[in-house]
Design a protein around this ligand. Structure first.
Ligand code: KPL
Length: 301
C-alpha cells in the first residue's frame, strides 16, 4: 500500500443528506462504517434514518457530523450534493479532506466533475452515472422509488472498487470504461428531458404526448447529436431516440429538475444544458434551441 492510500477499514464519508446521500447511507451502513456529513451546524452524533421501498420500511442508525465539525480526515468520500454545490462543499472540508483522498462523484451533468478534477489534482477521483430513483419526503427519510444501476469509472488517480461496495449494499453497480462516455450519454438524455419537464410542468412521459414538447425534444436532440459528435462522443442511436426511450420507461417520474423547480430549489441547469452550451461554443457548433431554453429557465430561476 502507498503511504497515504485509503484503507478499506477507513469509514466511508457521505457528503450531502439529499435523496442520493440518504439512499447510499442507508444501503451501505449495514455493510461498512458510514459517516454522513450534513450541513454545517450542530448535529447529534447519530441519526435514525428511514429507508422505504414499496411496502417495506427499515430504520437504520447512521453516524453524522456537520461539515464544519469533522474530527478525522475523510479519506474515502462519496460526494452526493447537487452539482452546483459540490466544489464548494468539498472546499468547506478544508484540511479534513486529504489531498490524496479517494472521491466518488455522484453529480448529474458534466461540469462539476471537471471543476473538481482541476481543484484536487492529487485526489483519486471516480465518477458515477446512476439511474437509481429516490426522493426524500423528510430530512431523515428516503424512498427508494425505482431500482436502477450505478455505473462507475475512474477519472483520475488510482482505481478503487467502489462498484463492489455498492453491490455489497444491495445496489446494482458496475465498473465501466470510459466513464466520460456514460456521463455524456446521461447528459444528452437529461438535456432533452429535464428542462422541458420544467417548461411544461409535466411528468417525463407527457413530453411524448404533447406535440410541441415532442417537437422541441427532437430539435434539442439534433443539436445535442451535433455538439457531442464534434466533441468526439460516438453513440449508436440518436439523442432523441434515447430520450424517448427513457421518457417512456420513466413515464410517471417527475424529473429531478422539475422536483427542484417545484421545491423552489436552484436548477442543475449549468451542469446539464450549460455544459452542453460550453461544448457547443468550444467546438463552434450552433445550439440555438438549448440556448433559448437555458435563457428561459435561468430567467425563471
Ligand atoms: O435522470 C433523470 C432525472 O430526472 O434527472 C431522468 C432519467 C430524466 C429520469 O427522471
Amino acid at each position: 500500500m502507498l503511504p497515504n492510500e485509503p484503507e478499506m477499514s477507513d469509514p466511508v464519508y457521505i457528503l450531502g443528506g439529499g435523496s442520493i446521500g440518504l439512499l447510499l447511507a442507508t444501503r451501505l451502513a449495514p455493510v461498512t462504517d458510514i459517516v454522513l456529513i450534513r450541513r454545517p451546524g450542530q448535529h447529534p452524533p447519530r441519526c435514525q434514518l428511514t429507508l422505504q421501498e414499496g411496502e417495506l420500511t427499515r430504520q437504520i442508525a447512521v453516524a453524522q457530523v456537520g461539515a464544519d465539525a469533522l474530527a478525522e480526515p475523510a479519506r474515502r468520500l462519496i460526494v452526493c450534493t447537487k452539482a452546483y454545490d459540490a466544489l464548494a462543499a468539498l472546499r468547506q472540508l478544508g484540511a479534513r479532506l486529504p489531498a490524496d483522498a479517494s472521491l466518488l462523484l455522484m453529480q448529474n451533468g458534466m461540469s462539476s466533475q471537471e471543476e473538481i478534477l482541476a481543484a484536487f489534482p492529487q485526489a483519486h477521483i471516480h465518477a458515477a452515472s446512476s439511474t437509481e430513483g429516490a426522493y426524500r419526503p423528510a430530512p431523515n427519510r428516503v424512498v427508494h422509488a425505482g431500482r436502477g444501476i450505478t455505473r462507475i469509472g475512474r477519472l483520475q488517480g488510482q482505481e478503487q472498487d467502489w462498484a463492489k461496495l455498492l453491490c455489497q449494499g444491495g445496489l446494482a453497480s458496475e465498473t465501466v470504461e470510459p466513464i466520460r462516455w456514460h456521463l455524456a450519454n446521461k447528459l444528452r438524455v437529461n438535456a432533452l428531458i429535464n428542462p422541458l419537464t420544467v417548461l411544461h410542468d409535466c411528468r417525463n412521459g407527457e413530453l411524448l404526448e404533447q406535440p410541441a414538447a415532442r417537437a422541441a425534444m427532437q430539435r434539442l436532440g439534433e443539436e445535442a447529436d451535433a455538439v457531442l459528435a464534434a466533441a468526439g462522443y460516438r453513440f449508436a442511436d440518436s439523442a432523441f431516440d434515447q430520450a424517448c426511450a427513457v421518457a417512456a420507461r420513466t413515464a410517471d417520474n417527475i424529473s429531478s429538475m422539475l422536483q427542484d423547480a417545484r421545491a423552489g430549489r436552484r436548477l442543475e441547469l449549468d451542469a446539464i444544458t450549460g455544459y452542453l452550451l460550453q461544448l457547443a461554443e468550444r467546438h463552434g457548433v450552433a445550439a440555438p434551441t438549448h440556448r433559448a431554453l437555458y435563457q428561459r429557465l435561468a430567467a425563471r430561476a
